[in-house]
Design a protein around this ligand. Structure first.
Ligand code: GLN
Ligand code: ZN
Length: 767
């Protein structure tokens, strides 16, 4: 019999119960007992839902109070000195301190006795963020946290057939960072493994048969010593009890296939959604005793699986594997929304195309049933339904827009080229814009005050009219313009008061996007995002931002910058279609945004900024695929930016600090000006600009907007001097490192006053 299992279920709850409970607990409005009971109820509900869907083997250990990597750090006793309890075992308080810092740190610095939180970073190429383990050279490991065992007992007591999930030793070490003196994290492997041994012993004692050991780093380009360490580690773990399933996901195994297939464990899971080409080759590489788990249902998107197509692959696998075949989602369902059943306002047709975590479990179960009992009537009905869903979706006129396709087909290479090269453009732009040396500007948003949010809510709820709402926003714009004029900034912005979110705002105005009400996915801790769904060809029925920007420009003689979100970021922060490539979707978005850029120019706007905050995060996990991505991503950006005259200046903004490996592509985007985040890394990032002669203008962020701290002029002057040593002064801009929407007005004005003085100082020095 083939077996169905799940790699992990979303923990947040279909109504975000965990988020609400956590936040109430942090505010002191819910007791620890109350919080724990919410967690317990959620786990019980989630196991029950999966069992009812028909999953044979349920994951345990996928629940976390904040983050599963953090839970492992507690389990292994990897608790940085600053959080270590004076006596006794770590508590929930220890866990939340590691995740969020202690009081003084929450207010933005660690100067006053507070401990700063552990660093947080993206979990592979997802939008989930984990807490980076901190290792010291003399790191000791000791079993220090009972959560996994308690939850296994809990599930068994409820009568479930469970498979605990742990992060494998190599992935865990890989995800961490060496603190203090530099050393090789692999040196810690020998002392970490005995703790895994203890964990497996304890689980065996509870009557568990299988354990899932996640080693997603097997889908990365691994250095040779890490590959070697896999063999060493699993040879040692082999002595410990339990059947072990090593799980890999997010990309193909490629050069690690031989290694992964031959590890001395009892099963291997591979991701056939991200890397379908692994099949059927994998069947020849797998030792005859091993279970193969095929991740055939997409754990990272919202579309229904084509069951007939999936079944064909599974049947082929079954012929070779028999009972050794398991059916699974591609990765943990942590990355998909919880329950489509909760969506009461989606139209029925669109809804029939979608599957969230609960529905994905049903798909896995019915595929397994189809293998075990092909003539079962439920199976026949499901296959038939899937066939018809796929057919209607493929033929649906709401997906295929001939105008969009015709326009895309007519795009030529010229369309993604500005008329003249940068050197020509910049001369014209300088004449046209008449800006001083070291021009000052901001990244776009100004504080999103509670008054703004209230106005938006009232408008959405129908409590105020459109005219009243527009007037409220106009009044915010007037205020923003007045403040900027008083500050003496050179290039102004309208402040983005009317935008809830930089992607959603545009998605709501494009055809081809749909919105869920409850499609939340955990981003970190209690924070969730609700990405919009791209379901059809994308187009812009009418101008999206022109009226706001035109109004703002009308209030001032200074240059007003138009503000848009770029095609790559729109795509990365949405659920994309699965029936056409990401590249094609990016091109459709590019054409829609191009029209907006051209309309802004026509309305007299001389500078347009197109934000590409997510440009770098689109990079594939494997280096070999980088070029392909970078080519289409830069091309999409250029396509949206190249419809304007040479005099119109195009800016872009990116919010991260690792540029070295993509700097050439950033140059290839050919924006006239790029503003970037540098202040936190003390302009270190500009090293990239030293090694590579970046040709266009740059605004390296001179202060960190992520903290309410007001930087003084002196530090900004120093940063600018540092920048001017690497980049010619004529090409430097002066700006904060990101938008100001999360800040208050008082600190924003105070910081900008100092920033303007810093720019004036530099102007004198370079006059
Ligand atoms: N223009 C946006 C803002 O200022 C940019 C935000 C971002 O890149 N994350 O808010
Ligand atoms: Zn930013």
């Amino acid at each position: 019999m083939a077996l169905s299992h799940n790699l992990g279920f979303p923990r947040i709850g279909r109504d975000r119960e965990l988020k609400k409970a956590l936040e109430a607990y942090w505010r002191g409005e819910l007791s620890e007992v109350g919080l724990r009971s919410t967690g317990q109820q959620l786990r019980a509900t989630h196991w029950q839902v999966q069992k009812e869907a028909g999953i044979d083997l349920l994951p345990v250990g996928d629940f976390a109070w904040y983050d599963q990597v953090l839970t492992h750090s507690l389990m292994f006793g990897v608790i940085p000195e600053r959080f270590r309890p004076k006596s006794g075992k770590p508590t929930l308080e220890t866990l939340f301190a590691m995740a969020r810092g202690t009081v003084a740190a929450e207010h933005g610095s660690s100067c006053c006795g507070g401990a700063h939180a552990q660093e947080m970073t993206k979990w592979f190429d997802t939008n989930y963020h984990y807490l980076v383990p901190e290792f010291t050279r003399d790191q000791q490991f000791a079993l220090s946290w009972e959560q996994l065992f308690e939850e296994v007992k809990e599930a068994i007591a409820l009568g479930h057939n469970v498979k605990p999930v742990v992060i494998g030793p190599l992935t865990y070490l890989w995800l961490g960072k060496a603190k203090g003196e530099e050393f090789d994290r692999l040196e810690l492997l020998e002392s970490l493994l005995p703790v895994y041994g203890e964990v497996l012993q304890r689980l065996a004692g509870l009557g568990v048969e299988w354990v899932q050991i996640d080693e997603p780093i097997l889908s990365l380009d691994l250095p040779q010593d890490w590959k070697n360490a896999f063999e060493r580690a699993y040879n040692l773990l082999q002595r410990d009890p339990l059947k072990k399933l090593v799980a890999t996901y997010f990309a193909g195994l490629e050069d690690n296939l031989g290694l992964a297939a031959s590890l001395p464990v009892d099963g291997l899971h591979i991701d056939l959604v991200r890397a379908p080409e692994q099949f059927p080759g994998i069947l020849d590489r797998l030792p005859a005793y091993k279970v193969l788990s095929l991740g055939i249902v997409n754990g990272r998107n919202v579309w229904r699986t084509d069951l007939n197509q999936a079944l064909e692959i599974l049947q082929q696998a079954q012929e070779r594997l028999g009972d050794r075949l398991w059916v699974a989602p591609s990765c943990s369902l942590l990355h998909s929304p919880v329950d489509l059943g909760r969506e009461d306002r989606l139209d029925e047709e669109l809804k029939s195309w979608l599957a969230f975590a609960v529905q994905k479990c049903e798909e896995i179960a019915v595929l397994t049933l189809a293998l075990n009992d092909p003539n079962n009537s439920q199976v026949q009905a499901a296959l038939e339904l899937s066939r018809s869903v796929q057919a209607t979706r493929a033929a649906s006129p709401r997906i295929h827009k001939p105008e969009v396709q015709a326009r895309l087909a007519a795009v030529t290479a010229r369309d993604s080229q500005r008329h003249s090269p940068f050197e020509t453009r910049i001369k014209l732009q300088r004449e046209h814009l008449q800006l001083p040396l070291f021009p000052t500007t901001t990244i776009g948003s100004f504080p999103q005050t509670s008054a703004i949010r209230l106005a938006r809510q009232s408008f959405k709820a129908g409590k105020i009219s459109e005219a009243e709402y527009t007037e409220a926003m106009y009044s915010e714009i007037r205020h923003a313009v007045e403040v900027q004029e008083n500050l003496g900034l050179d290039v102004l912005v309208h402040g983005e008061a009317e935008r809830n979110d930089m992607v959603e705002y545009f998605a709501e105005q494009l055809d081809g996007y749909a919105f869920t009400r409850f499609g939340w996915v955990q981003s970190y801790g209690s924070r969730c995002v609700k990405p919009a769904v791209i379901y059809g060809d994308l187009s812009r029925p009418k101008a999206m931002t022109v009226e706001w920007i035109r109004y703002a420009q009308g209030l001032t003689n200074k240059v007003m910058k138009g503000m848009l979100t770029g095609p790559v970021t729109m795509l990365m922060w949405s659920f994309p279609r699965d029936d056409i490539s990401r590249e094609q979707q990016a091109r459709q978005l590019a054409l829609a945004i191009r029209d907006e850029v051209v309309d802004l120019e026509r309305a007299g706007i001389r500078i347009v900024q197109i934000d590409e905050a997510a440009f770098r995060e689109g990079l594939p996990l494997r280096k070999a695929q980088w070029n392909n991505y970078l080519n289409w991503a830069t091309e999409a950006f250029r396509l949206c930016a190249s419809g304007v005259a040479d005099e119109t200046q195009i800016h872009t903004h990116m919010c991260y600090s690792e540029f070295n490996d993509v700097i050439e592509s950033i140059a290839a985007m050919d924006a006239d000006v790029i503003t970037i985040e540098t202040s936190r890394s003390d302009m270190e990032l500009l090293d990239a600009f030293e090694a590579f002669d970046y040709p266009n203008e740059i605004g390296p962020g001179v202060y960190d907007i992520h903290s309410p701290r007001v930087p003084d002029t002196r530090e900004m002057v120093q940063l600018l001097r540092k920048a001017a040593r690497r980049i010619p002064a004529q090409r430097l801009w002066v700006n904060p490192d990101c938008g100001l929407k999360t800040r208050g007005w008082a600190e924003t004005e105070a910081a900008l006053v100092n920033m303007v003085v810093a720019a004036q100082t530099l102007r004198k020095e370079f006059a």
